[in-house]
Design a protein around this ligand. Structure first.
Ligand SMILES: Nc1ncnc2c1ncn2[C@@H]1O[C@H](COP(=O)(O)OP(=O)(O)OP(=O)(O)O)[C@@H](O)[C@H]1O
Ligand SMILES: [Mg+2]
Length: 282
């Protein structure tokens, strides 16, 4: 009897655990966002329903103005949906979501702090001891290829270098979920590949959840577990591409992988209607 009661408890615990796993980390339920200005209103996203699991790497791709940044803003709790519900870990997002780190489209580096000083900010907020903080800042500076520019100010470095500093600052804050808005747009091809590979490695190793916005279809496929393809405004999900690519994929070799070519073709096919010139017909 004792044994069967115990096994019932074990079974119940298992069911609870699997139910907990089944709750998506991020979910949008019939979310629309309308911006009002005077008597004009603009529907940025419409009736968006999606869910993202813990540890998933999701990319968002779609034409300019389709609401990708708006989606990130709502996940971060910086904007409220007009209708529908955005939830994080099963709880509606009301106010700033402190479990996410957000790398916005503009880098928001503090102009009065050096590159190292900027990267150090989240560690200072965490009250990390000075010696450990110095070590961690240097590790991150090396990681993003900014060695030699520790004492430079944001105004003294290039746009791509500022982006890399912002990425290092995001990684310093070590959030559960990373919201990244075109983080590598300003980087040259080699550096972009190196940063992509590093990001995938870090996020896979630490089981981070990532929502990554990009305009680059190759980037959208090569990084993603799932790629959400949006229509033009009002943004709706046009297609979800499950890449099935391995977690430890080799990004440098991926471009010659037939599976990548197939996925890339699928994405281009989906995006093409938005790339046709206005008035070119259906
Ligand atoms: N705070 C705001 N007030 C008014 N309109 C806004 C606001 N933020 C975004 N919008 C509008 O909502 C629409 C979606 O904007 P959003 O920035 O989310 O697009 P996006 O997909 O990120 O575009 P891009 O690829 O150019 O960055 C746009 O038409 C934009 O003008
Ligand atoms: Mg945007």
């Amino acid at each position: 009897m004792t044994i069967s009661l115990e096994s019932e408890h074990v079974a119940l615990a298992r069911r609870c655990a699997s139910a907990a796993v089944a709750v998506p980390l991020i979910s949008f339920q019939n979310v629309s966002k309308v911006f009002k200005s005077g008597d004009k209103s603009l529907v940025a996203v419409e009736d968006l329903t999606l869910s993202i699991r813990t540890g998933e790497f999701v990319t968002l791709v779609g034409p300019s103005g389709c609401g990708k940044s708006t989606l990130l803003n709502m996940t971060a709790g910086l904007m409220k949906p007009t209708t529908g519900v955005v939830s994080y870990a099963g709880v509606p997002v009301n106010g700033i979501n402190r479990r996410v780190g957000y790398m916005t489209q503009s880098d928001h580096l503090l102009p009065w702090r050096s590159i190292a000083g900027n990267i150090s900010v989240p560690l200072e907020i965490q009250r990390m001891k000075a010696a450990a903080r110095k070590r961690r800042v240097q590790e991150l500076i090396d990681l993003v290829g900014l060695s030699g520019f520790e004492t430079s100010y944001p105004s003294q470095v290039s746009g791509g270098m500022r982006k890399r500093a912002a990425l290092a600052r995001l990684l310093a804050s070590d959030p559960e979920t990373l919201l990244m808005d075109e983080p590598f747009a300003a980087l040259d091809a080699q550096l972009r590949l190196a940063m992509q590979a590093e990001l995938r490695k870090v996020c896979t190793g630490l089981e981070k959840t990532v929502i990554f916005v990009t305009h680059d279809p190759d980037e959208a496929i090569s990084l993603a577990d799932r790629c959400f393809v949006f229509s033009g405004r009002p943004g709706r999900i046009r297609e979800v591409i499950e890449t099935g690519l391995p977690a430890n994929r080799n990004l440098a070799h991926l471009r010659v992988d037939p599976r990548f070519t197939e996925l890339s073709h699928q994405l281009w096919e989906t995006l093409t209607p938005d790339l046709r010139p206005a008035g070119a017909g259906a």
